[in-house]
Each structure stands twice: as structure tokens, then as C-alpha cells.
Design a protein around this ligand. Structure first.
Ligand SMILES: Cc1cc2nc3c(=O)[nH]c(=O)nc-3n(C[C@H](O)[C@H](O)[C@H](O)COP(=O)(O)OP(=O)(O)OC[C@H]3O[C@@H](n4cnc5c(N)ncnc54)[C@H](O)[C@@H]3O)c2cc1C
Length: 364
């Protein structure tokens, strides 16, 4: 069968809060976006609708004063993107060619997608322990006492004034444990080694906090509970003595890091050492003009639905500007247009595509 090429001005990868917000904005701007999402895959942790599909109560998304279930919120996002004409496609992109525009995205089938701009919103996946009891309800207690996000779930009534467990020994674990002490009666940090990986300042903050205690040289082997009560404890193994115990707690926060979904772009786009895409401080531009990134895939700090949606809106406006021949700020500090003109970071000169430098003077 001959190869079929689909041509677009805007292609968005990922249908979490960032991708769907970018879709709403670019669809309303009549850019007819094509949103491509990976199929649901438990191992690769991809879910159409993104991370909020695996949670229950979302209490901090503005506009829903009484809270909303994660999947219901994402159904609202999707309906809004559909209403303005976003086209959806579910497939794996196997390879991308970003060496020149239009960019080429190759799929598992005979379809190739060719696009003038690409908005990457593939999110990040929390790393999990892979132990019994950790999976999402009903297979385990995920969403019923097990979480990977203290900011998101810590304030829920189920965790208030209770004993909670945080698993991990890095900065994320210290931050999550410290945050949880606002609500919990006590927070136990379970760490498999006898010292932490976290930075000194984060360690000291945690050590000073009277509500935090550490359980060293210990791994969590299983999360136990009942469907009615949720989590009631964790089965711990002391790796030095071999001793096992069931430690009672009402919640488990797994804080062993996140993995941004950027494998497809390795060697093509600038990333930090963990794999988060680097974007300009002033826009969502990556180092390749016409490629933008939004949401958790470029944000290792805030990782919230509202910030993902916010940067999704920024990506859409950046892509619109770029397609409208307006300059977009690059990570290097310069600005660039779709024609390949570079405006220097001090805004004093324009370097034309053929390498000439001209003063950046207004006609007035
Ligand atoms: C259990 C849990 C509870 C949470 N609770 C809250 C909360 O209460 N409030 C809050 O603000 N935040 C919460 N968060 C955080 C919030 O879900 C994320 O910050 C937000 O979903 C990030 O949005 P995103 O669009 O950047 O990425 P994601 O939501 O991660 O979406 C990424 C999308 O990209 C797709 N994808 C991945 N790889 C590929 C690929 N190679 N090709 C194509 N598509 C791909 C995925 O299938 C998915 O559709 C929670 C997170 C978790 C895990």
C-alpha cells in the first residue's frame, strides 16, 4: 500500500491537560490541530487523557469548587477541544525527523505526518515500586491511599491527622514528606539505604521537622488494606536483619522520581540530565524553531494540572505567533521567525537567513 502523508500546520503529541489546552487554543485559532496520543499501555504508563485518568478527587483545579474526578475533568477538556474541531488520532509515533520543516512523524502504519509546528505534551510518568497493592483501584490501592503526588493528594480528608509513609531518599521524598506534615499526624520516610540522596539543605529541613521520622535500610514489600478502608499498612523488610513487619499507616506516597516521556526526542532536542525538555524561559520554544514543549514533559518543578494547562496555552500561542511570521523567544535568548530571521538577545540586530546582520530599527 502506498505511504499516506497527512499534512498539518499544528500537531500536538499527548492528550493530558497540556496537550488538550494547546488543542483548544489552536483549534479556536482555526489552525485545525491534529492531536496524536499514544494508546493506553500499562508498562509505558501512557493513558489517553494523561495522568489525571488514574486519580480520583481533583480538588485544586480552579473552577471546580466542589472538586471533580480526574477522568471527568479530562472528559471536559477533551469535549472542549473537540467542540472547536480538534482532530484526534491514537497511534505510536516510532520516529521523528526534526532536521527541517515540515517535520516528519512516522507511525507504526503506512501513515506519515508532516507538520509545520510540533507541540510536545507527552508528560512524565511517576516511577513506581512495582509491589503488590500499589496498582490503581480495583487491582490495588492506587487512588485509595496510594499516591505519587503529595501536593495533589496530601490535603484530602483521608490523609488528615493520620500516619503516612513516604518512600524514597531523594529531594522529592524530602519535599513530599515536609509538605505532608502540614496535614498528617506523623510522616515516616522509608529508605532502602542508611543515608539519603537528597541535597543537604533538604535533608536538614526534614531532620529538623518533629513530625518526620526515618526508617532506614528498609524496603516496602507490599501495601496492605481493604477496599472499604483503603490503605491500612505496609509490609516492611529490614534489609540488614531480614526482619519483616506490617507497619500501620493510612497512606503511602511513592516519591522515587519521575521519568519524562522524551525517549522519542533523544539526541534531537535539548534535555536536562533527567530527560526533561529544555524550553526558553520566555516561551515554550525548544532549541528547534517550530517545536514547542508544554506541561510535565518540560516541568520538573510544579507538575500540576493547572500549570500543564497554562503552558499548553503558551505553546498554542507560541505556535500561532510562529505561523503568523512573528518572532518567538528561543532558549538561547534570541528570537526567531518562521523565515529563519534571528533577532539578537539585545534586540539590536537581525541576522537574516543568508547570514547578513541588519540593525533592528523601527521605521518610526
Ligand atoms: C495519581 C496522580 C494524582 C494527581 N492529582 C493531581 C491533582 O489533584 N491536581 C493537579 O493539579 N495535578 C495532579 N496530578 C498531576 C497532574 O496529573 C499532571 O501535572 C498533569 O497531568 C500533567 O499534564 P501533561 O498534559 O503535561 O501530561 P500528562 O497528563 O502526563 O499527559 C501526557 C499525555 O501524553 C501521552 N503520551 C506519552 N508518551 C507519548 C508518546 N510517546 N506519544 C504520544 N503520546 C504520548 C500520554 O498518553 C498522555 O495522554 C496528579 C498526578 C498523579 C500521577
Amino acid at each position: 500500500m502506498p505511504n499516506q502523508t497527512i499534512k498539518r500546520d499544528v500537531v500536538i503529541l499527548g492528550s493530558g491537560p497540556a496537550g488538550l489546552t494547546a488543542a483548544i487554543y489552536t483549534a479556536r485559532a482555526s489552525l485545525k490541530p491534529l492531536l496524536i496520543d499514544a494508546p493506553a499501555d500499562a508498562e509505558k504508563q501512557t493513558t489517553p487523557g494523561g495522568q489525571l485518568m488514574i486519580t480520583t478527587d481533583v480538588e485544586n483545579y480552579p473552577g471546580f469548587g466542589h472538586g471533580i474526578q480526574g477522568p471527568d475533568l479530562m472528559a471536559e477538556f477533551r469535549a472542549q477541544a473537540e467542540r472547536f474541531g480538534t482532530e484526534f488520532m491514537e497511534t505510536w509515533i516510532t520516529e521523528v525527523d526534526l532536521s527541517e520543516r515540515p517535520f516528519q512523524l512516522y507511525t507504526e502504519t503506512d501513515q506519515t505526518i508532516s507538520t509545520q509546528t510540533l507541540i510536545i505534551a507527552t508528560g512524565a510518568s511517576a516511577k513506581w515500586l512495582g509491589i503488590p497493592g500499589e496498582a490503581k483501584v480495583p487491582a490495588g490501592f492506587g487512588g485509595n491511599g496510594v499516591s505519587a503526588c503529595a501536593t495533589c493528594d496530601g490535603p484530602l480528608p483521608a490523609f488528615r491527622n493520620k500516619t503516612l509513609v513516604v518512600v524514597g531518599g531523594g529531594d522529592t521524598a524530602m519535599e513530599e514528606a515536609t509538605f505532608l506534615t502540614r496535614y498528617a499526624a506523623k510522616v515516616y520516610v522509608i529508605h532502602r539505604r542508611d543515608k539519603l540522596r537528597a541535597s543537604k539543605i533538604m535533608q536538614e529541613k526534614a531532620f529538623r521537622n518533629e513530625k518526620i521520622e526515618f526508617i532506614w535500610n528498609t524496603t516496602v514489600e507490599e501495601i496492605v488494606g481493604t477496599p472499604e478502608e483503603g490503605v491500612t499498612g505496609v509490609r516492611l523488610l529490614n534489609t540488614e536483619t531480614g526482619e519483616e513487619q506490617v507497619f500501620p499507616c493510612a497512606g503511602v506516597f511513592v516519591a522515587i522520581g519521575h521519568k519524562p516521556n522524551t525517549d522519542l526526542f533523544k539526541g534531537l532536542l535539548e534535555m536536562d540530565e533527567v530527560g526533561y525538555l529544555k524550553t526558553s524561559g520566555h516561551s515554550t520554544a525548544t532549541n528547534i524553531p517550530g517545536v514547542f514543549a508544554c506541561g510535565d514533559v518540560q516541568d520538573s518543578v510544579y507538575r500540576q494540572a493547572v500549570t500543564a494547562a497554562g503552558t499548553g496555552c503558551m505553546s498554542a500561542i507560541d505556535a500561532e505567533r510562529y505561523l503568523d511570521h512573528l518572532p518567538v523567544a528561543m532558549p538561547s535568548g534570541e528570537e526567531i521567525t518562521i523565515e529563519g530571521e534571528h533577532i539578537t538577545p539585545d534586540h539590536k540586530a537581525i541576522i537574516t537567513p543568508d547570514g547578513h546582520m541588519v540593525p533592528n530599527e523601527s521605521e518610526a
